[in-house]
Design a protein around this ligand. Structure first.
Ligand code: PLP
Length: 367
């Protein structure tokens, strides 16, 4: 049997007619840039989250960088980020002109370890970017407390956590700002690149919108140097259709996670993803830990099962930070986890039979 890591067509086939109609409508009106779909998506996504203001932009990487700039964070500043994330989280701190300072993660949730944040705070620290990694929320209660005490901005990186909740409230509504990616593989994905920011105040929405559109607050009035980071009309039209199914897809993700849990819980050698009692995991990825990860990955591959590693090398150990000379002892959890994590096939539409087959192969290996 062959099991794909991700098959997006399972998501798109059943709603192909609606998607095609939405795309055809944009083409018919030539509404490619600043179209009404973009404003409507901002409104609907804000309503979905229970957020005050959403600003659409070109991708999830720009979203974080524009949010940093909107808070005037730049040269001379330090920003705390988790040691494990996609590179965007630390990259944007550097491209904004500030310095990323890494904090180790928790081995249970894989999110930033709040108990290790305060030791990294200096007079230069301006913000924390918690990442709700793999779809599990970071411990926002602890993070907000530290941020409040030290007057730091909090920007939630929600790129992997559309629909995740803390005590019934959606992630993206806890920090001073939040950012989302609609990269095609995310829980809510466009048909190309797209992203968004979330703010509490209209003033911040106006500023971030201006940065994303050449510093214009109105046409031909450039109040600052911005950039071109708009969301396309076509992407907004696709996202408007798909947003209606997001909760259903997350429900399905949770059911599939439960199948994996039931089958794999008895396997002693591996650690399964966990969910804090205050959290609702959005299961962007299903990441297990195995002490024999590389051999397990090979065994699965030989049996037709695709898996991936998110991510094989933690951020502090990437060559772009080589001059900092970070040691594995500086980030012991991240260093250990990067050797053990494995992302199993996971997407809405994955069948019970396929999950059963993956689990059988994992059990065969661990006998
Ligand atoms: C995907 C991702 C991003 C960046 O999103 P793009 O839309 O690809 O630029 C940022 N942070 C995390 C944690 C991500 O997974």
């Amino acid at each position: 049997m062959k099991v794909d890591f991700l098959d997006l067509s399972k998501q798109h086939q059943p709603i192909a007619e609606k998607l095609n109609a939405a795309i055809a409508d944009v083409i018919h009106r030539s509404a490619f840039i600043k179209s009404e779909e973009v404003a409507l998506f901002e409104e609907r996504f804000a309503a979905y989250l229970g957020a005050d203001h959403v600003v659409a932009c070109a991708n999830g990487t720009d979203a974080i960088e524009i949010a940093l700039r909107a808070f005037n964070i730049g040269p001379g500043d330090e920003v705390l980020v988790p040691a494990v994330s996609w590179i965007s989280t630390s990259e944007v701190v550097a491209t904004a002109g500030a310095k990323p300072i890494f904090v180790d993660i928790e081995s249970t949730t894989f999110c930033i370890d709040a108990s290790k944040i305060e030791e990294k705070i200096t007079a230069r620290t301006k913000a924390i970017i918690p990442v709700h990694l793999y779809g599990h929320p970071a411990d926002m209660q602890a993070i907000l407390k530290i941020a409040g005490k030290n007057k730091l901005k909090v920007i939630e990186d929600c790129a992997q956590a559309h629909g995740a909740e803390i005590n019934g409230k959606k992630v993206g509504t806890f920090g001073d700002a939040a950012t989302f990616s609609f990269f095609p593989t995310k829980n809510l994905g466009a048909f190309g690149d797209a992203g968004a920011m979330v703010f509490h105040y209209l003033k911040m929405k106006i500023k971030a919108s201006a940065i994303a559109n050449h510093g214009q607050t109105e046409r031909h009035n450039h109040t600052l140097h911005g950039r071109n980071s708009r969301m396309d009309g076509l992407q907004a039209a696709v996202l408007l259709v798909k947003l209606k199914y997001l909760d259903k897809w997350i429900q399905e993700r949770r059911i599939i996670a439960n199948w994996y849990y039931e089958e794999l819980n008895p396997v002693k050698d591996i650690v399964l993803p966990s969910e804090k009692e205050w959290a609702a995991h959005a299961y962007h990825l299903y990441v297990i830990r195995s002490p024999k990860r590389d051999d397990l990955m090979n065994h699965l591959k030989e049996n037709g099962i695709s898996t991936l590693i998110h991510y094989p090398k933690a951020l502090p150990f990437q060559p772009c930070y080589a001059t900092e000379n970070y040691q594995t002892d500086d980030f012991p959890v991240a260093a250990k986890v990067q050797e053990q994590i494995l992302s199993l096939p996971f997407f809405p539409g994955l069948s019970r039979k396929e999950v059963q087959y993956v689990c059988d192969q994992i059990k065969n290996f661990h006998h």
